[in-house]
Design a protein around this ligand. Structure first.
Ligand code: SF4
Length: 379
């Protein structure tokens, strides 16, 4: 099987997976026309984006998750299965042609999670050991896979993932009653962290998961509570959120699609937890346990916390500076470097220091004891 045959056989099948840096930009195509971009996502590699093939060993599945286009019995889904040799060969042809630089490999479940994991591991092993491929490999952990399979996946891959689908067991029961939240989905992520810790640096594969937002009736607090646990305790690299879209021939085909702004707010809030030192309790939930949709969560927090107690930019610590809208990690570092040379007194000083969004920060800060004002431009 050459690379074109592989893409032709897979076309349109892996567009539903969120594995790249910006799954929000992935747009499930309704057209039957073949498009290479359906099978490719992009992952950060230093200062650039790396094209990664999204592939499945089989699109057949014996499970019946309510939201999933691959669920058992859905007649409109074409089923194809690739041998590990064919998958590896097809990928290497695409790699040598310069179309992709890495692979994300998943699968439907056939004869249980343990049996379904083996072809994924075999494909990874062929790539590493037979073809000597040293590039990026992301392997999916199948629901119910065993600990030694997870360990093997970590030996072969740069990244592994187990999709929780919902934030907790009762919510999962509503959308995927055939899956066990703790035993099948969460436990592999715990094993990954245990292997990382006990291997003295030999197993370093990062881990990710994905949650389907909306159809289980969960609120944002439930999702972010689980997200917080996954980042703090299991050191996941990324929690992906997929806004639910109804799929024909599924029990949820009449359920409304999730408003995409909800997914965007969840990402913004999750980055506050992961990168900005926020605690879950500080996030600006409203009465129903959801985040406000009309304001990003950092700004909503600042409106409640900083408007009447602005932060002095000349003395604040880096972690405090990063909480101000318009100032991120880079901006905070630039402010600290600039104020070592001279006091910051105006928004122009802030801009000169390299803070692009100085105007956004203005309502929440003091500069040398004064609230900054934008000087009207004469020309
Ligand atoms: S196990 Fe995976 S592929 Fe199968 S129906 Fe559920 S989500 Fe879809």
């Amino acid at each position: 099987m050459d690379g074109h045959d592989l893409l032709e056989a897979m076309r349109g099948m892996t567009q539903f997976e969120s594995v790249g840096d910006a799954p929000q930009h992935e747009n499930p195509r309704r057209s039957k026309e073949f498009n290479l971009s359906d099978c490719i996502t992009h992952v950060s590699a230093g200062n650039r984006k790396m094209p990664v093939l999204k592939a499945m060993n089989t699109t057949a599945c014996e499970r019946n998750c309510f939201y999933c286009p691959f669920r058992a019995g859905r007649s409109s889904m074409r089923r194809v299965t690739f041998s590990p040799d064919d998958m590896a060969h097809g990928f290497m042809a695409l790699y040598r042609a310069g179309a992709v630089e890495g692979i994300f490999l998943s699968s439907g479940v056939i004869r249980g999670g343990v049996s379904s994991q083996d072809p994924i591991l075999d494909t990874g092993a062929i790539l590493r050991e037979q073809y000597g491929f040293r590039g990026y490999i992301h392997l999916k952990i199948m629901p119910g896979a065993e600990a030694d399979q997870v360990q093997r996946a970590m030996q072969l891959a740069d990244r592994v993932s187990s999709n929780l689908e919902a934030p907790n067991a009762p919510r999962l029961e509503k959308i995927a009653p055939g899956k066990q939240f703790e035993n099948e989905l969460l436990r592999p992520l715990k094993w990954v962290e245990q292997f990382r810790q006990s291997s003295e640096g030999r197993l370093r594969a990062s881990s990710t998961t994905e949650l389907v937002v909306g159809p289980a009736g969960e609120n944002d607090l439930e999702i972010l509570n689980t997200t917080d646990y996954l980042y703090r305790e299991l050191r996941l690299a990324r929690v992906y959120y997929s806004a639910f879209h109804p799929v024909s021939e599924t029990p949820l085909d009449n359920y409304p699609a999730t408003d995409d702004i909800r997914r965007i707010r969840l990402y913004q809030a999750s980055f506050l937890l992961r990168d900005y030192g926020f605690d879950l309790e500080e996030l600006p939930f409203i009465d129903n346990g959801n985040l406000p949709k009309d304001t990003d969560p950092k700004r909503a927090w600042a409106d409640a916390s900083l408007i009447h107690a602005p932060l002095e930019l000349n003395t604040a610590a880096q972690r405090e500076l990063m909480r101000v809208p318009g100032i991120g990690a880079k901006g905070a570092a630039r402010i600290i470097a600039a104020r070592r040379k001279a006091k910051l007194r105006s928004l122009d000083d802030l801009r000169a220091a390299g803070v692009v969004n100085a105007r956004r920060a203005a309502p929440y800060v003091l500069m040398d004891g004064q609230r900054p004002v934008e000087q009207p431009r004469l020309f």
